[in-house]
Structures are given as structure tokens and as C-alpha cells.
Design a protein around this ligand. Structure first.
Ligand code: CUA
Length: 161
């Protein structure tokens, strides 16, 4: 069977590209340890009172290290009574905060403006992410997953001092 010269070039190009993708996947898994995100923990959204989400809020765990437990529910983020509603969370500059967030009802989003955190809040799953706050300023927490009539009023604020 005769293969046209250009067709052969294209086949070689496709083969090399596929080989590069497979090699990149193998290197990502073996060298960099990259894995698909998986839920940190599962919770019963009707029984959050028996989990860490029973008392949302911010806890200091070490110098410049904090833990923030937040519950999303149509259409607000609950970060404890001290934070208010919509919540305002204050952290000193150069603090590292680990967020534990879950949803009590439908799917919500949890994104912090200007930082690399964008969580999908699936009822029954705990989402966790650690963020470094190095630049002073005011950053919005945004629900970026359409969740119904009050989606646009579902937000909070982080103030880095
Ligand atoms: Cu919650 Cu959109």
C-alpha cells in the first residue's frame, strides 16, 4: 500500500504528539506526584452538626497559620458568628490559611479574588485548600457556581492587614 509522502509526515507528527502527551502524563504522575483531586472527606449534609462544620469559624493553629471552617448554604457563606453575614474574615499579612468548606444544600462555588483557590462545593464532600495571603488588601469570596435566585448575593470578604 502506497502512503502519500505528506500523509506519512502527518502520521509521524500525530504519533510524536501522542507520545509526548503520554510521556508528560507519566512524568506528571511519577516525578511530580500530580493526582486527580479527590474529596478530603465525606460528610452527611443533613448531619453537619456532628462534624467540624457544627461550629464554623476561624481558628489560629500556629504563628501566621489559620484554619477556616465555612459552610455554604443558599445563599450565604457561614464562617461563624464573629465573621458576620456576609462574612468578613481578617488575616494578618503573610498568613497561611487552610479552608475547609462544604455545602449544606446544593452545589456552590468558593473562589477568592486574586488568589489561586477555586473550589467546587458538592454537598456531602469536604473541600480543602491552603492559601497564602501575602498582599494586604480586600478580596471577595465569590460563589462562582450558579445556585439559584440568590446566587449574586452569595459572597464574603477577606481583609489582609
Ligand atoms: Cu452559591 Cu452561587
Amino acid at each position: 500500500m502506497e502512503i502519500n509522502k505528506f500523509e506519512r509526515y502527518w502520521l509521524i507528527a500525530v504519533g510524536l504528539t501522542l507520545g509526548a502527551f503520554i510521556a508528560a502524563t507519566i512524568v506528571a504522575v511519577t516525578v511530580f506526584g500530580i493526582r486527580l483531586p479527590s474529596p478530603v472527606e465525606r460528610v452527611n449534609p443533613q448531619r453537619l452538626d456532628q462534624t467540624i462544620f457544627a461550629s464554623p469559624g476561624v481558628r489560629k493553629i500556629a504563628d501566621n497559620r489559620y484554619e477556616a471552617v465555612i459552610v455554604a448554604k443558599s445563599w450565604a457563606f457561614n464562617a461563624g458568628p464573629e465573621a458576620g453575614s456576609p462574612p468578613v474574615l481578617r488575616f494578618p499579612r503573610r498568613s497561611q490559611v487552610t479552608f475547609y468548606v462544604t455545602s449544606q444544600d446544593v452545589m456552590h462555588g468558593f473562589q477568592i479574588e486574586g488568589h489561586t483557590i477555586n473550589l467546587e462545593l458538592v454537598p456531602g464532600q469536604v473541600a480543602r485548600a491552603t492559601v497564602n495571603f501575602n498582599r494586604p488588601g480586600e478580596y471577595n469570596i465569590i460563589c462562582n457556581h450558579y445556585c439559584g435566585a440568590g446566587h449574586h448575593v452569595m459572597y464574603g470578604t477577606i481583609i489582609v492587614e
